[in-house]
Design a protein around this ligand. Structure first.
Ligand code: GDP
Ligand code: MN
Length: 388
């Protein structure tokens, strides 16, 4: 799960990390009010994406009136950045923050290092909006410092990070404190990323967190209701949001074949086999082992609402999941939604005969497949003639 910059900064501040003074505004008048207390200020579009600076989502205002004008233009717009894809993200709020006189910009983050089964600090003296270019062209300028999750953060790891950034003694102390606090936040809230880019050295020689991004491990959200409260659905893919409400594992992709599968392994194998025969999956979708008719129906609705989907491939191996449940959901959803695109079904396993009977008796024109390869080929063929 992602949160906004202003929320991330509030969390960091609660852990004692220095951030510029600032407040979120949802209207231009609110921006004016806040700016009246802290000008000059920066107006920053709050969207779940980086790359805002280059896309016009970060602007300097020298007066409260200018802050209002900028906020007026930003609020309601759809910000398209390098990271959002063409659809962009809606700007529903802006952060009004006291402008900072920056001497130098650094990159600093903590993330999970699955290879070492621990955490890792990532630091670079070349921080700011060009960090992606640095990673591509000059990767040695970005340094990794592992942290043990069992032993926790150690001062010498912070000193090493300070050396990477080239900090003096005073700022080194601030960085060591900051990294200790970030590690605590990371572990206590089950984060998957805390990224500060840029971390800056101000003209008056302080370390300040100018931008912040915090992601959380979805699997641990159940034990952090305070974090769940920070969720902003307007920033999420509508189909992925609907899927999460129905407890479906769904990831939206670019292709034209909607896949409905039970089990993550089979779902991945289904995507592979479609690719193998020259097709392109529109999504990853695992309905899980214990899906009800309602969940299967919800899954179909998501696939059918995807304008790119030109054919659906249902690939079910009934183990715990029963084929007749899938068949029932499929028949109900297609009846109610008046489906006009071809549906290819491969059913195998528990209650397969009952499942096939439900489909046959429904009178719906469903293409049946004898195995996965057959199903993939038929789905690819069907997608060629599916809706435009
Ligand atoms: P991002 O582009 O989405 O990562 O947004 P950032 O919050 O990182 O802002 C982009 C850039 O704007 C930063 O790298 C800074 O160079 C600049 N910037 C943002 N806030 C301030 C500020 O208060 N003072 C100064 N001088 N520059 C700022
Ligand atoms: Mn940034």
């Amino acid at each position: 799960m992602k949160i906004h910059e202003y929320q991330a900064k509030e969390l960091l501040a609660a852990y004692g990390i220095a951030v510029p003074e600032g407040k979120v505004a949802r209207t231009a008048d609110e921006a004016f009010e806040i700016a009246s207390t802290m000008c000059p200020c920066v107006i920053k579009a709050q969207v779940h994406s980086g790359g805002r600076g280059k896309a016009g989502g970060v602007k300097l205002a020298n007066s409260p009136e200018e802050a209002r004008d900028i906020a007026q233009k930003m609020l309601g717009m759809t910000l398209v950045t390098k990271q959002t894809g063409a659809e962009g993200r809606p700007v529903r709020s802006v952060l009004v923050a006291a402008a900072v006189e920056v001497d130098k910009e650094y990159y600093l983050s903590i993330t999970t290092d699955s290879q070492r089964a621990g955490l890792v600090i990532v630091a670079s003296a070349a921080g700011g909006t060009e960090i992606e270019e640095t990673a591509a062209k000059n990767p040695e300028a970005i340094v990794q410092i592992p942290i043990s999750v069992t032993e926790g953060f150690k001062t010498y790891e912070g000193i090493r990070a300070a050396q990477v950034l080239g900090l003096d003694d005073l700022l080194q102390k601030q960085l060591v404190f900051m990294l200790g606090a970030m590690t605590r936040l990371y572990l206590e809230k089950d984060c998957s990323l805390i990224e500060i880019n840029p971390l800056v050295k101000t003209r008056d020689n302080r370390l300040l967190c100018l931008d912040a991004k915090i992601n959380f491990d979805d699997n641990a959200l159940f034990r952090h209701p305070d974090v769940l409260d920070l969720r902003d659905f307007s920033q999420e893919d509508a189909k992925e949001y609907k899927a999460s409400c129905s407890d479906l594992n769904y990831v939206s992709l670019e292709g034209d074949i909607g896949c409905l599968v039970n089990g993550a392994g089979l779902a991945m194998a289904t995507m592979d086999i479609i690719k193998n025969f020259g097709g392109s999956p529109a999504n990853f979708l695992d309905v899980g082992g214990s899906a009800t008719t309602e969940r299967v129906k919800a899954a179909f609705e998501i696939l059918l609402s995807d304008k790119n989907v030109r054919a659906i491939f249902v690939n079910i191996f009934g183990g715990i999941m029963k084929c007749d449940i899938i068949a029932e959901g499929l028949v109900q959803a297609t009846r109610e939604m008046g489906v006009s695109i071809p549906i290819v079904v491969r059913l195998e396993g528990t209650n397969v005969d009952a499942g096939r009977k439900i489909i046959n008796d429904s009178g719906l024109s469903i293409i049946s497949a004898s195995d996965m390869a057959d199903g993939a080929r038929k789905a690819i063929e069907a997608a060629k003639g599916g809706r435009a």
